[in-house]
Design a protein around this ligand. Sequence first.
Ligand code: XMP
Length: 508
Amino acid sequence: LAADDFFKSNRPVALTFDDVSLATRYSQILPRDTDLATSLSDTLRLQIPIISSDMDTVTESRMAIAMALNGGMGLIHYNMTPKDQVREVARVKRHIHGFLQDPITIRPDMLIGDLLARIEQKTFSFSTFPVTDENGVLLGLVSGNVVKERYKTKKIADVMTPRADLITEHLNAVTKDPIKAADTFFNQHIGINKMLVVDDAGKLRGMVTSRDVESITNEAKSQRKPARDANFRLVVGAAIGPVRNPDGSLDREKIVSHVSALVAENVDVVAISTAHGHTAGVGDMVKLVRDAFPELTIIAGNVTSASGVEYLADCGANAIKVGQGPGSICTTRIVAGIGIPQLTALYTASKGAAAKGVRIIADGGITKSGDIVKALTLADSVILGGLLAGCREAPGEIMEINGKFYKQYRGMGTLAAMKAGSAARYGHDKNDTARKLTAEGIEALKEVSGSTDDVLGNLIGGIQSGMGYLGAKSLPELRANARYMRVSPAGQKEASPHDVIEVSTRKQ
Ligand code: XMP
């Protein structure tokens, strides 16, 4: 059945991912030809519809960089000081693949023979080196054609191209948009393939190679397209919570100064993350940020109803997070007895989104790529916590237990996380005594799952397969082609491998 007929005929039963299966459709689409691009607002576009959760065991700058390089986005959590969070955002925005801000340099009194030995030992894997003095002042450049056995007894100072003969670029000309600046530089200076960046004191402040610039400008043609802003910087979001005055009112000054600092570092979106978004407090917070930053993309949540989506949209949010209690570490449904199984919540929320022209994001409960396909028939993107928490880019140490490797994964509604700062998300104050703080999540371990690249690669492959089965080239087509049916307990059993002894690890 199409979404309206299906969900209405199943009322009042609410359903989640495993309750439902999608029917296949006639298809002319190969999975590899599908386009997974989506948007969170009219200005913020992602290449894949996957966002890493703003949890303190999932997203800091390392995860956000990996997410954006794969076409998605990370939301930096807010269990840290605003200053630290701004620095995390800056790390992502300044991570420009190609602009080496700390290139390896050599000293003028070194011998070519020493340099060759270090290259052989694989201390360096390239052959062109800027030469600097001990204070970092640029003295020259050694190019690959003199790093040869024949010159091994010569000093670097004698074979380098001296500073006076080098064409360099000033730091001020490149900070705003290094890749564009380098592209222009290489067009102007034919034959030069290293742009050395210096400051007023003549110190080397970075280097861009023409090959890296080309690989960035060629991304448009490659399979893996990073999510970049208009200035080639990786996209990133930051979560913020309601900061209140002692009388309970919102502390406008603190909130605006925090968001201003994030915006100054070119943050692409702020997420007002709470457990209950359909409240006056969250609405006021969204209005405050919208009022102060008319152009900024705002995510807000979480809600599970059409009226909740409409309310936050009216307050000024561009994308609304949907999900109360479906998360793998959530106990909100047990503790508070509330929440709607996720697929029905998404259907209901999608009605509000259509009415208001905003996006919705499926947040929580996703354990496999098939769940993402189902979520994307109703939502514009998904948020993952548990599926990414075992990746090496997630914060936290790897621990070994009985020969297996694990990472910590905890709910932001656990006592430990709330004490670290997230209490406001659950409508508590972190200075309350433990008696008053009621946990709505658990602390857990996730088996280490390798790199974010691998995990996302598998998930993307699964989404593309699902789109191929539904004859959908794009996410809007996936939505239009989705036909749902309810699965019986026997059908659920049939859907997983059965009656065999599994010898390989399944990839999700
Ligand atoms: P997954 O299933 O991807 O879910 O691990 C991640 C999402 O769960 C939400 N979250 C919580 N919900 N108590 C809750 O009820 C918690 O302590 C908690 N911590 C995170 C959040 O929406 C996240 O993206």
